[in-house]
Design a protein around this ligand. Structure first.
Ligand SMILES: Cc1cc2nc3c(=O)[nH]c(=O)nc-3n(C[C@H](O)[C@H](O)[C@H](O)COP(=O)(O)O)c2cc1C
Length: 328
């Protein structure tokens, strides 16, 4: 019988299937269903800087009469603490009830205020912390490196003050992703999640208004992740990769592991199909390993990555030129 045990960020997971940070992991009850379904770990819904600020502003604009700056400061502190407290409670209760690695998540844009939250998250019993950093670069006078520095600063600051492992969740767009992941590993990250799928704006041409594009991914979205997992896992070996975006079934899980992912994160597929999707993925991985005679995930993990396939160009752009030219 295949052994699916996996070490991710130094944590022991019973299998490599991790439920992504999202509304799927924002309550103990929901997490319970995912544990029952066989998830290897869960990443809690992100604590957003934006969310905290929004709550603060809501209270203030309800016109409760803040004549004194001290009162305003008090309310800001109170609302922020309550958001944080709810989150810390979720960590504590989940850890008390279930034997599953719990990875907390913070969405951040800068290297300052939220660092305090990281301390409290560690103290509440989270096994690791995933930093969800997203910066939309719109300044025509800045260099890519100026923005990338924020990622390294964030990691340096957090890694210095907490001792649980830290991973970072990236978006897809970097001019040199391999170099960024290399610097991220030097800055203290034990893992990198590739990739987040961000809110994308769309335009309603009848109402002439901005709308949100499809929130959920499709299986076709997995290919971009697959290429970069295959490349990065070969080039940067001292960091765990968690493959995220477009993994909708057991086949997707297997492909990402073959490409070199340590774990695979799943979100849209569970929103669409329920917790049983996790069970199906575990079963598929197990039966595929049995068929192929693999006793452990380590036996095949990365065996089809950039360095192992014989012709690494298959993961590079030139191959696409050949591909297109064969379609007249
Ligand atoms: C409804 C919804 C809520 C999400 N909330 C978060 C979040 O709080 N923090 C985060 O890092 N990612 C969040 N994500 C992104 C997912 O964790 C995941 O990275 C993304 O959906 C790609 O994976 P998928 O193709 O399996 O859906 C959210 C995604 C969805 C669909």
């Amino acid at each position: 019988m295949a052994n699916l045990e996996t070490k991710y960020l130094g944590l022991n997971l019973k299998n490599p299937i991790v439920v992504s940070s999202s509304g799927l992991t924002n309550s103990v009850e929901k997490i319970g269903k995912l544990v029952e379904a066989g998830a290897g770990a869960v990443v809690l819904k992100s604590l957003f800087e934006e969310q905290i600020n929004h709550e603060v502003n809501n209270v203030i604009y309800k016109g409760e009469g803040f004549d004194y700056p001290e009162a305003l400061d008090y309310v800001k502190g109170y609302t922020r603490d309550n958001s944080v407290n709810e989150y810390l409670k979720l960590i504590k209760e989940t850890k008390a009830k279930y034997d599953i690695p719990v990875i907390a998540s913070i969405n951040c844009y800068s290297a300052d205020e939220w660092v305090d939250f990281a301390r409290q998250i560690e103290a509440s019993g989270a096994d690791a912390l995933e930093l969800n950093v997203f910066i939309v670069n719109t300044d025509k006078n800045s260099e890519a490196g100026d923005y990338e520095k924020i990622y390294y600063e964030v990691l340096n600051n957090v890694s210095q003050i907490i001792s649980i492992p830290v991973s970072i969740k990236l978006g897809l767009y970097f001019s040199n992703l391999v170099s960024v992941v290399n610097k991220i590993s030097v800055s203290g990250a034990k893992g990198v999640v590739m990739f987040n799928r961000f809110y994308e704006p769309d335009i309603d041409i009848d109402k002439l208004s901005l709308t949100s594009a499809e929130v959920f991914s499709s299986p076709a979205d997995m290919r971009r992740t697959l290429r970069w997992v295959a490349i990065v896992s070969e080039k940067i070996q001292n960091i765990d990769i968690s493959a995220s975006t477009g993994v909708h079934n057991g086949e997707g899980v297997i492909k990402q592991l073959l490409a070199g992912a340590t774990t695979v994160q799943v979100c849209s597929a569970i929103y669409k199909g329920g917790a049983k999707v996790v069970t199906e993925m575990v079963q598929k991985l197990e039966s595929w390993m049995d068929d192929k005679g693999f006793k452990s995930v380590e036996e095949f993990r990365g065996s089809m990555n950039y360095g192992k396939i014989g012709d690494p160009h298959l993961y590079e752009r030139a191959q696409f030129m050949r591909y297109f030219s064969s379609h007249e």
